[in-house]
Design a binder for this molecule. Sequence first.
Ligand SMILES: *[C@@H]1O[C@H](CO)[C@@H](O)[C@H](O)[C@H]1NC(C)=O
Ligand SMILES: *[C@@H]1O[C@H](CO)[C@@H](O)[C@H](O)[C@H]1NC(C)=O
Ligand SMILES: *[C@@H]1O[C@H](CO)[C@@H](O)[C@H](O)[C@H]1NC(C)=O
Ligand SMILES: *[C@@H]1O[C@H](CO)[C@@H](O)[C@H](O)[C@H]1NC(C)=O
Length: 235
Amino acid sequence: MANKNTFFLLLTILILNVLKGYAMASNDSSNELEEMKAVPFDYYQLVLQWQPATCSNLTCLKPWSSRFSINGLWAGSYSGSIGRCSGSEFLQQNISSIRREQDEDWPSLVVIGSNPAVWGEEWDLHGTCFETPTFQISDYFRLALYLFWKSDVLQALEKYGMEPADGRRYLAPDFESVLNVSFGKPALRCSRNVKYNLQYQLAEVGLCFDKCLRHINCPSQYSAANGCPRNQFIL
Ligand SMILES: *[C@@H]1O[C@H](CO)[C@@H](O)[C@H](O)[C@H]1NC(C)=O
Ligand SMILES: *[C@@H]1O[C@H](CO)[C@@H](O)[C@H](O)[C@H]1NC(C)=O
Ligand SMILES: *[C@@H]1O[C@H](CO)[C@@H](O)[C@H](O)[C@H]1NC(C)=O
Ligand SMILES: *[C@@H]1O[C@H](CO)[C@@H](O)[C@H](O)[C@H]1NC(C)=O
């Protein structure tokens, strides 16, 4: 954990760079940064994976537990969806300094062996949307880790007596409002789980952040009913 503190210091520097980058870019549309940004985006969506939903349904090939881990960090637009972005090629060396944190908090549970292939896909699909000369591959992954660590969803649930337990049912509005208080309106996604007779289980939680990295309500294009039943679901 001492390690994480050092890490936070480094992240603070990263975050300041992120904010400085936007401040500069927003002055002048002919600014080099603005021009080189692949796609204009309005907000970040951190997508968390609920490990039990994946692993009690599919065969996971890595250790898992009742916790959230990172699925991805996506670029969001208020006006609709952001198309496919493109950018630099992902190399393992780009994230060698955060490899341990990546393995721990961003595992690819259903894939044998190393995770980088999955991180590379995430970079290609989503990370490239954020790429600028000052926001490179390692910045993308460090930003996702930073947002993940500052958003402890399980702790927020426990604070309101909503500890996860195998097969426990949650009322969708209660679940949403507990997260809403701590993080702004979440984007919840459920899927049917074979373990529970194909009943709906929470699979993903999306949390949204503005460009100053403050929690914001996820736009209504992600309504609570986005794959989750309105009444109740399993955690
Ligand atoms: C952008 O504007 C701010 C305030 O107007 C100024 O301090 C800053 O130097 C400007 N940056 C660039 C790159 O022009
Ligand atoms: C669980 O399996 C069902 C049926 O194969 C599938 O539709 C669903 O998407 C899976 N859920 C997850 C979280 O993988
Ligand atoms: C990725 O790593 C390579 C090798 O260290 C480096 O040349 C390249 O600039 C890095 N790319 C990005 C976008 O971070
Ligand atoms: C979420 O919180 C905001 C205030 O922070 C409130 O206006 C909104 O109604 C809440 N939404 C839900 C679904 O609880």
